[in-house]
Design a protein around this ligand. Structure first.
Ligand code: IPD
Ligand code: CA
Ligand code: CA
Length: 265
């Protein structure tokens, strides 16, 4: 059995790269897709994590956003660390202080561990399959669970799938408009990983995005299920970790009402 307990310490160490970043504007490079950028800090953080995880879990492969072949995502037969070194790069570039490091561990297609660290609030969310979900806030470890709010009382989180806006803008905002009318209000944070932590601890109730990549939701998906929530693709099919897909997450009460309402039509 692999021991994942050393992962959070490594994430906290890596977060020092984000917190000490200077002159971010001068470190920006364009990536494929619209308005998609990477900074030298994303790459440095991923490299540091890769080195540290190779020592901690030599038996595991690592899929990192900044070194992945996005056309052909490869998940190893055994353990794979699925890593987003900075989720919320646009926030990071603009100094919004709302970004996270996300690390999931997948064992033959199933998530077994997930951790998401928000270095600005110093909150570390983590979950291990079958052992529940927790947040560690300034040394205090607290179990977390999803809310039980009905759809009409729900806070809706969503992502704009910003790198695919030519095809996904319309479906995104069509669904958003419907949810805006039937839920309490909407939120767009700029970090899918953080959105999933918000659902997992009941700060939000339902989340959707039309296209995300495995590193955006791997860790968060386990946080959600271990916190009593549900997470699937928008059509209800299971998430996949070897290719991008849509994501729908939430508490079971709000999600049941959402599905019954046929809002995707
Ligand atoms: C992005 C963020 C954003 C979401 C995008 C993601 P990145 O990740 O999670 O909230 O809308 O779809 O790609 O590029 O900042 O790692
Ligand atoms: Ca991301
Ligand atoms: Ca990223």
């Amino acid at each position: 059995m692999s021991d994942f307990s050393g992962i959070p310490k490594i994430m906290r160490e890596a977060a020092k790269i984000l917190l000490s970043a200077e002159n971010i504007d001068r470190s920006i490079h364009a990536k494929a897709g619209e308005q998609n950028f990477v900074t030298d800090y994303d790459v440095r953080t991923e490299n540091m994590l890769r080195e540290a995880f190779a020592k901690l879990l030599p038996e595991a492969d690592m899929l990192g956003e900044e070194s992945a072949d996005t056309h052909q995502i490869r998940i190893a037969e055994g353990l794979t660390l699925i890593v987003d070194p900075i989720d919320g790069t646009t926030n990071f570039i603009h100094g919004c202080r709302y970004s996270a490091i996300s690390v999931g561990v997948c064992d033959r297609g199933k998530m077994v561990y997930g951790a998401i660290y928000d270095p600005y609030m110093d909150e570390l969310f983590r979950a291990e399959a079958g052992k529940g979900a927790f947040v560690e806030d300034r040394g205090v470890l607290t179990p977390i669970k999803v809310s039980s709010r009905k759809l009409e009382d729900s806070l809706t989180y969503f992502g704009t799938a910003p790198y695919y806006r030519d095809t996904l803008c319309r479906p995104t905002f069509t669904l958003l408009e419907k949810l805006f009318h039937i839920t309490r209000d909407i939120r767009r944070s700029g970090s899918a990983a953080m959105d999933l932590t918000s659902i997992a601890c009941g700060r939000g109730d339902i989340f959707f995005e039309y296209r995300l990549s495995p590193w955006d939701y791997a860790a968060g998906s386990l946080l959600i299920t271990e916190a009593g929530g549900e997470i699937t693709q928008l059509d209800g099919s299971p998430l996949r970790f070897d290719a991008p897909c849509s994501v729908l997450a939430g508490n079971p009460v709000a999600l049941a009402e959402f599905r019954a309402g046929n809002y995707l039509e």
